[in-house]
Design a protein around this ligand. Structure first.
Ligand code: SF4
Ligand code: SF4
Length: 503
């Protein structure tokens, strides 16, 4: 059914506001808006921009690109009457679904007001008797190794595991975001940054574009339920491989890249016909048990020449038991994606109501693997809404070996969180492969910004280590005494394995 503009709910919560004293009517804002929110109209002897008041999602592209700084974005005041139960988003969901009959898709991470435990955790700091370390003057070690670690030299020689450890200069990795869900320009910028900064990047399930083969030595390539792009050379070139079981933004469901987004490069890379929907089934159809998972882990190891294998799961209630099984099945890394993780496209009803916070899953998994005496057999990589270097360091103190960042990468490259990644019209050229719009993201510019972000976080992470009197990230990892909780219940503190502030 054709969408009518006179349907209830056909309006936006935001609008561009124009300062007509500054505006010279150049029309750039209308060009930049990929959602047709702005039109240019004659007014007397000049042209002026006019908001259509229907499609603004607060992407801020027009505001940033206006050469005369003549625009700001405002949230429409009291767009809907306040109601204790029926929030604006609830009303809009019903309006939208009753006009379309569709599942409400969304992108980016969840904006639901569920707890972000990082905000309730604080670091301790050295005072008087335990001197802090000045990272400007003292050498600080942030090098981290990912993979199965032998407990003795003899064991390492016997298993050959030392050679397969992945060296990171900083315990930060780039989260899986497939070519298709993000633009090729962005994926190249991510890969270049990983190589430049001594990190790794995860490919997501979109295969490996031919331009990215030179960066495969720092890549963890994904084998997901759709098996997109998986071929013999794909299984040889990477630094490591990742089996995707679940994703934090959509635990328990598969993925869907609409046919209109499967353009020629994506079709070749994913090895599917151009214009056909890329459907990833919810489960891996050959995995129904830990034994099945073990078969796939070792099949990939055999095919790849015994590269490390990572298994990615969404954070759920029984993550600790699942992680134990994953490690015992032979995985070298367990990747846990919390419920604030981003997505190129997911049903909002799933994103906002399924899964658990990364913090709780991480603490539970680290604790369980330690109790079972198998913590050395696999690294833990945690993802799902990491916003700054303090979040990262809190995760390291809770037991993570490394933290994966995805949404932060998008924000670094201009994203303002408008949550329309699924539309294929990302105004910043980030989550689109439209030939024209994707040109907006300059690869070199994105590379520079990502490199700056990593440099800035590296300085801050060293400061946090130093103020705790720790010069080696290895002594920070799993050191929960560094953390204290503020405003958390006994149960939450118990699961996190930390004390309350003041104790
Ligand atoms: S981009 Fe700025 S100066 Fe140009 S028409 Fe829009 S508001 Fe006016
Ligand atoms: S990536 Fe683009 S579409 Fe997605 S939230 Fe950011 S600005 Fe919006």
């Amino acid at each position: 059914m054709e969408q009518r503009i006179d349907q209830p709910g056909q309006y936006s919560n935001f609008q561009p506001v124009f300062d007509l004293e500054l505006c010279d009517g150049c029309g750039e804002c209308a060009v930049q808006c990929t959602f047709n929110e702005i039109r240019i109209e004659p007014r007397g002897d000049r042209k002026i921009p006019v908001a259509n008041r229907q499609a603004c999602g607060a992407c801020h592209r027009c505001e940033v690109m206006c050469p005369r700084r003549a625009i700001y974005i405002e949230e429409k005041p009291l767009a809907l009457r306040k109601h204790a139960v029926w929030k604006a988003a609830d009303l809009k969901r019903v309006h939208y679904q009753s006009s379309s009959g569709a599942v409400n898709l969304t992108g980016f991470g969840s904006d639901k007001d569920l707890p972000t435990y990082w905000d309730n955790l604080v670091f301790n700091a050295c005072q008087v008797t335990n001197p802090s370390i000045d990272p400007q003057r003292e050498p600080m070690e942030t090098v981290t190794y990912l993979g199965r670690k032998a407990l003795s030299r003899q064991e390492a020689i016997k298993s050959g595991s030392n050679g397969s450890l992945i060296k990171l200069k900083l315990p930060v990795v780039f989260a899986p975001m497939s070519y298709g869900s993000i633009s090729l320009n962005l994926q190249k910028a991510i890969a270049r940054t990983a190589v430049e900064k001594g990190l790794i990047w995860y490919s997501g399930e979109g295969g490996l574009h031919e331009d990215l083969y030179p960066f495969a030595g720092h890549a963890v390539l994904q084998v997901a339920s759709g098996r997109f792009g998986v071929n013999p050379s794909y299984l040889k070139v990477a630094r490591a491989y990742q089996i995707k079981i679940g994703q934090g933004a959509k635990p328990g469901i598969g993925g869907h890249l609409p046919g209109e987004k499967v353009l020629s490069g994506i079709s070749q890379t994913r090895m599917i016909p151009e214009g056909s929907d890329a459907i990833s089934p919810a489960p891996q159809h050959d995995i129904y048990s830990i034994e099945d998972l073990r078969l796939l882990i070792y099949a990939i190891k055999e095919a790849s020449g015994y590269k490390p294998v990572c298994v990615k799961i969404a954070a759920v209630n029984n993550s600790a038991a699942i992680a134990s099984g994953i490690v015992r099945a032979g995985a070298d890394m367990v990747y846990i994606d919390g419920f604030r993780g981003g997505s190129g496209a997911t049903p909002s009803i799933v994103r906002d109501n399924v899964g658990i916070p990364a913090e709780l899953a991480l603490a539970a998994v680290d604790q369980r693997l330690r109790e079972e005496g198998i913590r050395n057999q696999a690294s833990i990589i945690i993802a799902g809404g990491f916003r700054n270097s303090a979040d990262v360091m809190k995760a390291i103190a809770l037991g993570a070996d490394a933290v994966a960042i995805g949404s932060t990468v998008l924000v670094t490259c201009g994203c303002h969180g408008c949550q329309r990644c699924h539309s294929g019209k990302c105004p910043w050229g980030i989550t689109t492969n439209d030939p024209e719009i994707s040109k907006r993201l300059d690869e070199d510019w994105a590379f520079e910004r990502l490199s700056n972000l990593i440099d800035g976080w590296s300085h801050e992470m060293k400061e946090i280590m130093g103020l705790n009197g720790i010069y080696d990230i290895g002594s920070f990892r799993g050191n929960r005494l560094i953390l204290r909780g503020v405003g958390l219940s006994e149960k939450e503190l118990d699961i996190l394995g930390i004390k309350h502030a003041g104790e």
